[in-house]
Design a protein around this ligand. Sequence first.
Ligand code: NAP
Length: 254
Amino acid sequence: MVSFTTGTAVVTGGGSGIGRTTAQTFADRGANVVIADLDAEDGEEVVAEIIDAGGDAMFVETDVTDPDAAAAMVDTAVDEYGSLDFAFNNAGIGGAQAPVSEYDPEDWRAVIDVNLVGVFNCMHAELEQMQSQDDGGVIVNNSSVLGKVGFATSSGYSAAKHGVLGLTKSAALENGETGVRINAVCPGFIETPLLEEGGITSDPEMRELIESRHAMNRLGTTDEVAAAVVWLCNDEASFVTGEALGVEGGYLSQ
Ligand code: NAP
């Protein structure tokens, strides 16, 4: 197992929201961080913040729906830093909202493509690299509470997030003895641009309704998710694999 101070972490969707805070948290612990995102401006901004704070980071423009781009992301990390020790497969979109009978099939496919196929593309490349390393590695996939229960009008999102858990558990079984641990986090509703775009934090009534679905009656913070991701990557979690760790303020306790 590699320590954060000598390790390299890749964070997809690292330019915004949960990915951004997690990239900064990895860097604070001493890891080299590769920020992979569609958005070069946001990604370069996070790199600059990490370097200003004394860390080491680089940006790789990546569309996770493209398997070649996912492979290039891993190759770039290894070329630059010599290994790939931690991967947070986090890039995702909220997608359109509509009942199944009215959901545009292309919109549905687009959510599956980013939120599920994108995670597969990244894992495919990351696992090949990590399995070749003496010290293995750790992968954390970002699912959701909606990977465990449904949400009316978000069938594509929920189906993709359920799929991420199947992918996580299957890969954990395949890698039980390879030195690569694979887990998922399942956040509740977290205050990020994604919720703003989805009309949840921009509408006071909707915000209150969503907050009330959590036992803690509030949204989560990106720091709270980042802490769970980093813990799963840490040696303290050395016997944890195939887990779907809730970070959700009691959303699923009823
Ligand atoms: P966010 O602030 O919108 O960040 C998502 C990032 O992913 C953005 O920088 C986005 O770039 C990037 N991205 C989108 N499609 C991509 C692609 N094809 N390839 C590479 N990067 C791509 O959202 P967030 O709330 O932090 O969400 C991060 C993850 O957490 C998602 O998987 C989401 O489903 C999951 N999650 C979020 C919540 C929540 O309540 N916020 C709860 C549970 C799970 P652009 O800005 O250019 O699109």
